[in-house]
Write a protein that binds this ligand. Structure first.
Ligand code: ADP
Ligand code: MG
Length: 286
């Protein structure tokens, strides 16, 4: 206890228990207990709750908070470009997508089975949204997640190779429970880039889950990866245990802006009508 005495202000004989308690709770990493113990103590005294139940309440609060903090940490570590969930996804906008399958996938059983997901479809049909929502669900269920685009992954791999830290990056990519590779197909890859990407998929094969989204049907993947041999080998691994999400349809973005244009046109039409109306009677003049 000498250490405690030394840090106490001169003239103080003993530290207030609150000071020591705060110190110990910090050391034990129980921030919620520290924040709540006084308030909960007063509530328990008021309600006649006994000591074990008081302690139980505090410990439960700490556990709930800790779980929330871990989910937040996983979300930050995943580097999602945006946090999106199925709550904001309109399944009726994309009838080709099997809603039951997607909701089943959101329960994350496929991650335990180390299976993959491929979402295929034209631009703007919600592939990235679905991938983000599946990623978020995985974070909430306690899995580590990493989100990247194919182009960015390849440039990270090339950079790591030039800086002689490729092995480390490959190990990191292998360790994550769910790797999401968005937008395979928008940019053709160099032969080395394609090889490095292939290596990532093959190192994760049956070790972890991968989600890939692409605007290209499988038969066109060779145009991105360059070589037929490599594409075949990659698809072989990726599709061995896979759920395919068919996401061809109208672009949600286009549809929304078309909707907005219609709304604007209608508003303009109304405005024109108002402009043409007699200000006194509201009757149309023209
Ligand atoms: P893709 O990746 O297929 O090109 P995105 O997922 O980026 O498409 O979707 C484009 C935009 O439209 C995003 O802002 C997304 O959140 C939204 N969006 C797409 N489909 C839906 C949907 N069915 N319900 C709600 N929002 C959607
Ligand atoms: Mg996208």
């Amino acid at each position: 206890m000498t250490g405690v005495k030394e840090t106490m202000p001169a003239g103080t004989m003993a530290a207030a228990p609150q000071v020591l308690l705060a110190h110990h709770l910090k050391q034990l990493k129980l921030p919620t207990v520290l924040r709540e113990y006084d308030k909960v103590a007063r509530e328990c005294a008021r309600d006649g709750v006994d000591h074990p139940r008081y302690l139980l309440r505090l410990v439960e609060l700490e556990l709930i908070d800790r779980e929330r903090r871990m989910v937040e940490r996983r979300i930050r570590a995943a580097r999602f470009p945006a946090v999106k969930s199925f709550d904001t996804f309109d399944f009726t906008a994309i009838p080709s997508l099997n809603k039951m399958l997607v909701l089943e996938l959101a329960r994350c059983g496929y991650i335990l089975r180390r299976e993959n997901i491929i979402a295929l479809g034209n631009s703007g049909t919600g592939k990235t949204h679905v991938a983000l929502a599946l990623g978020l669900a995985a974070c909430q269920k306690g899995f580590s997640v990493a989100f990247t685009t194919a182009a960015s992954l390849v440039s990270q791999l090339l950079e790591a190779r030039d800086e002689k830290r490729l092995l480390r990056l490959q190990r990191e990519l292998q360790a994550v429970k769910l790797l999401i590779v968005d937008e395979l197909g928008y940019v053709p890859l160099s032969p080395t880039g394609a090889e490095l990407l292939f290596k990532v998929f093959s190192q994760r094969y049956e070790r972890g889950s991968t989600i890939v989204t692409s605007n290209l049907p499988f038969e066109d993947w060779t145009s991105v990866l360059g070589s037929e041999r490599l594409t075949g080998a990659l698809l072989d691994r990726l599709t061995h245990h896979v759920s395919i999400l068919a996401m061809n349809g109208d672009s949600y973005r286009l549809r929304q802006s078309a909707g907005r244009r219609r709304a604007t046109a209608a508003a303009e039409q109304n405005q024109a009508t108002i402009d043409e109306a007699d200000p006194e009677t509201g009757e149309i003049i023209a």
